[in-house]
Design a protein around this ligand. Sequence first.
Ligand SMILES: NC(=O)c1ccc[n+]([C@@H]2O[C@H](COP(=O)([O-])OP(=O)(O)OC[C@H]3O[C@@H](n4cnc5c(N)ncnc54)[C@H](OP(=O)(O)O)[C@@H]3O)[C@@H](O)[C@H]2O)c1
Length: 211
Amino acid sequence: MKIAILGATGFVGRAVLQQAMDEGYEVNILVRNPAKLTTTSDKVNIIQGSLEDAEKVAETLLGCCAVVNAAGGVKGSDQYEAFLNITKVLVGAMKLTGVKKLVSINGSGTILPNEYVGVKRRFLSTIVGILLKHMKDAKKAELQILLNEKDIDWVSVRANLILKKTATGQVIADDQKMPGGKITLPDLAKFMLDQVQSDEWVHKAPFVATA
Ligand SMILES: NC(=O)c1ccc[n+]([C@@H]2O[C@H](COP(=O)([O-])OP(=O)(O)OC[C@H]3O[C@@H](n4cnc5c(N)ncnc54)[C@H](OP(=O)(O)O)[C@@H]3O)[C@@H](O)[C@H]2O)c1
């Protein structure tokens, strides 16, 4: 089974790629700089380019059953505008290539329209917006587009603190309230990969935490 992974040179993306390799997936990745990859194998097909390049994105998705999107906003320029464009390009490429499933990383600072948000989460979201504006802006833009995309089976996985620790195999997911503040990197990567073949969280943005 072949999947596409975006953002494979990032903190989350590297773990997602490792998990996909461990699970025996064939993988297409689209990266700007292959030298940043920490791991690869003959089952990984590297395409070099930007997420803004519609042709490269479509090439990356070709023949895949799902996209796992670990890309996030980077510092430097307006990531809200950048990810509005990147998400439009991605959705367009999914429709063109017939790839229906999208599993995307998101953050705990992202608030859905009409979502109940208590004082603690509102405070957290404000802090994330100050300290990690590039990340929050990118994922706000992405979700804004996905929420209107009913033809795509998207899942937006919201994580808070991601720990570089070993897997516990104990993940709690909840789309109403944060079940905890932390998740280990391999637990997060496995949860994201599990969504490739599960429809449990389609059109939802579950929070995930290590139990
Ligand atoms: N890190 C955390 O602790 C944490 C916690 C909770 C949630 N999250 C969520 O996870 C997301 C990813 O976090 P991260 O720490 O993995 O970020 P990261 O290390 O900065 O990785 C971002 C990835 O996105 C890629 N990317 C961004 N714009 C691109 C473009 N135009 N074309 C091609 N690739 C592009 C980057 O490629 P390059 O390598 O080429 O720049 C990189 O691979 C965040 O945005 C946030 O929503 C992260």
